[in-house]
Write a protein that binds this ligand. Structure first.
Ligand SMILES: [Zn+2]
Length: 201
């Protein structure tokens, strides 16, 4: 197998699959060969679906998927009246919390955490926008649902400093070790984490 040169058409697709997390060379090859057996209509439809991803819209307020300027959560008067924003690192964390169906306010996707080693400072994240939202939307409470890590901790401290004084800033409590990620937690664990928030001093 090692010495066999694959047609470039196959190799290109294999290389794309290899870029996905958890997909090794063997799986990439298997998926590509399976796709190559699909009929033309199905392949073209798949290609078109991928193309549509370039047009994916995001909510200008929170960063979640949307079919217009605002996502369905930001459009909901019920969720806005809670005056609570849950701050998350990524879209996938937001979806994990939403699956758990406990949090009823709106979200704010930071786009990562402060990480000097990777050159990610506050300006690279949606922090100014968060502060603006807190003021403009008369937010009463901010819940930080950042993953437990050194960078997550540092980001929480930074946010507490830049958010308006007097605002309630809490962080969800994890009954799980450092390094765990929200997107891999089950809904029950996420609900527990929201029940066990701690106030950031
Ligand atoms: Zn939104």
């Amino acid at each position: 197998m090692e010495n066999l040169t694959l047609p470039a058409k196959l190799q290109k697709v294999i290389d794309f699959f290899s870029q996905l997390p958890g997909v090794g060379p063997k799986s990439s090859m298997r998926y590509t060969l399976l796709l190559s057996n699909w009929n033309e209509e199905k392949l073209l439809s798949f290609g078109q679906s991928l193309k549509e991803l370039t047009k994916l819209e995001k909510c200008y307020r929170c960063g979640l998927f949307s079919e217009g300027d605002l996502c369905h959560i930001c459009q909901s008067s019920y969720r806005n009246q809670m005056k609570v924003i849950c701050v998350v690192e990524s879209l996938s964390d937001c979806l994990a919390i939403e699956r758990a169906q406990q949090f009823k306010g709106t979200y704010h996707i930071l786009g990562g955490v402060i990480n000097p080693l990777l050159g990610i400072g506050p300006d690279e994240l949606q922090i100014d926008k968060l502060v603006g939202r807190v003021l403009n939307e008369s937010i009463e409470e901010v819940i930080l649902a950042l993953n437990p890590s050194v960078e997550g901790d540092a980001t929480c401290s930074y946010l507490k400093q830049v958010l308006p004084e007097g605002l309630s800033v809490e962080r969800i409590g994890f009954g799980v070790p450092i390094g765990s990620h929200l997107e891999y937690l089950d809904s029950m664990t996420i609900n527990k984490a929201f029940e066990n928030t701690t106030i950031i001093e």
